[in-house]
Each structure stands twice: as structure tokens, then as C-alpha cells.
Ligand binder design. Sequence first.
Ligand SMILES: [Zn+2]
Length: 412
Amino acid sequence: MLRLPPLPPLPPLPRFLTHRPVVVASLCVVLASLCVTALGSDTPFEYVPPVVAAIDPDADPKPDPVPEAKPSNGKKKNKKKGKAKAEAEAVRAAKEAEADALDLLRDRIAEKLGAPKGTDEAKNGVLRVAAAASVPAATPTPAVAPASAAATPQRPAAPATAASAPVIMVAVKPSAEPRPAPAPAPVHAAHWDYQGSGGPESWGRLKPEFAKCSTGSRQSPIDIRDGIKLQLDPVQFDYKPSAFRVIDNGHTVQVNVSGGNAIEVMGRRYELVQFHFHRPSEERINGRQFDMVAHLVHKDSEGRLAVVAVLLERGGAQPIVQTVWNNLPLEKGEELAAKATLDLNGLLPEERSYFTYMGSLTTPPCSEGVLWMVMKNPVPISAEQIGIFARLYPMNARPIQSASGRMIKESN
Ligand SMILES: [Zn+2]
């Protein structure tokens, strides 16, 4: 690897070589000079090889550069003989070889770093700092290095940090793949809510898949008014006593109902999947909002959604609601299987005229194409029952969305 410059042809020096004090003294001088040089440079030797490897891991393997014959090498040599001269020569040669090795190392690193070879920076003993420090300023690098790195470019810190310039260089290449700059918007993303930074106004920006929440044109809920009165077929409810599980999902109390419940509307059959509550009611009728609403979510065999909204108004106790509340799980996110069964016919108003329109889910991702049927007549719920829900969710209603000229049908 590193070739020592050829020593001048030495005459047979049996006396010199066998003169023990001289040999020992020479070795000591060489060792001392090595130590002094190493101490004088703050190059962390053990760190240099990883830097080179990390910067250019898949560069073409270059042949080992032939050490350039320094002009000084030849000049300094003389042919004089004698013990003292030979000693001095041996020491000098050793020093030069050591110095050349360092220079060569600096040059190679500087070359890897893209610094001009042989610059002052590359020679001043703090090469890997200075040589690379001149690069980032001109490099359109994503701001990977913290501001503190720019503030103290001359002081290399621990090798693992980005505080020294070569590490900035190191960071450039990897940053192209595994370390994307933190995206500004969706940092707090996933959590949507009904107020604060995750509130309805920002739902559409929280995740790409929530975009409809802000860009959709057929969103729910709406203020239902100016419906077209028609002879609509009644919604056929095919509900029966069923097992159920209750979950507080962090946005509402939801009841997952076992299979076998369905509705038929407009010639299509939709299976009941779950129902849940909002306080106050999300939908309004001619501007009027109700204490609560139950949304019964159905899905047909092709995945189309149909939601029946049952408005809940303060009055007498609601037995179905009470059964659900009785089975509230203690922990959020934990589904609790109830021992009891639910017959959801008991949650429906006696008179089942309704409004219908096409809208969306009222929670992210706000998917559209949802068939809504809003029961005109509210169902009573007691103040205590409202109060129990309010302790969990005092307000979980999405604001009214523009009806955007959508057709609203109203059954007689
Ligand atoms: Zn809902």
C-alpha cells in the first residue's frame, strides 16, 4: 500500500548498525516524531475509513494511486557517508515517509470529498473538516445538517453526529433514500378530532386519503330543507334481536351488530354493519339541530353504503340506548361483547317518513356515494342518557356541509 521512498544505497554499515545506542536513539526519534505528528493532527484516524466508505459506497474502485514522487524526496538525499549523516538520513526518511503517508491519505480523502487536491485546507492538518466545509455552502443540499453544524464548522464533534463537515457530506447521499426531510404538514397527521389542530377544517389535509373531506362536493351532514315531496317507498327494516359488541373508538360509541339485520330501499338490500352516536345531531332539518343522532350504517353486497339517521330528542328514556350504555367498555379501543341482545326495531320512530339524499361519511375519509335516509321524526332519549354520552363525547358532530344544489327527496 504505502511505499516508503527508496532509501539511498547504504554502504555496508556494520558499525553503525551494531552500535546499539545509535540504533535505539534513532528508533526513539522516529517514534517520537510519529507521535508528535499524530498529536498535532486532530484527524480521527479510526473514523476516516468509514467516512470514505459512506460517502461513495458504490463508486468505481479506483486503482491505488501511485504515490507521487515528491520533489523533496530526491533533493534531500545526498551521497555523503558517515555515521551521523546516515543516522540523520534514516530519521529524515522515516519522517518523510510518515508525512507522505498522511499527505497521501489527506489527498485521497479530499479527492473523495470533491475538494481540490492539495488545497490549503487539505494540507493544514484539519483537512477533512476544512476541505469539506467549503462544499456544503455551494451544494443545494436538503437541510439535513442542523443549524448548529453550520455554526461550528471548524470543530469536529463526535463522529456519529452531523456537527462536522464531512458528516454533512456523508449525510447527503443517504438522505436521498432512507432519511426524507420531515414533511411539514402531516406530522401530527393521523389523529383527527372535532376541535383543535385535528379538527374538521383540517381533516382533508391530515392524510392524502382524507382529501375528500375538503375537496368533496357531496359531503355530509347537510341542513335538510326544500326537499321534494314524493311517494317514496318506505324503507323496509328487517331487524331482529341480535348479539352486539360495544366499542369506544375514540370518536364515538359504536355498536357492532352481528349479521342478519338489513334494510331494503330502492330495490337494494343493505346489511347492518354497525351503529353509533353523535352529540349534538350532525344533520339539521330546516336549520334545527337535535340533542343527538344515531347513525345505522349498512352496506350492500357491492360495498355501497346506506345510512339511516335516527334523531334523538330529550324526553323519555330510550331502552336500546340504555342497553348499549350498560355495556360500555371501560377502556377505549376495546370491544366488549354484550351478554344481552339488541332489537333495533326499538330504536326506530313509529312513523318512518324520511328524507333521502346522496352524501358522504361524516368522518374521515369522508367517502362519498353514501345513500342517506334521515328519519323525520325524532325518538326520545332521557337527559341522563344524553349526559352519559356527553361525559365521553360532549361534541362529536361535523359542521354542516354545503348541499351544493343536491336533490333531497322527502317521503309523504
Ligand atoms: Zn355518524
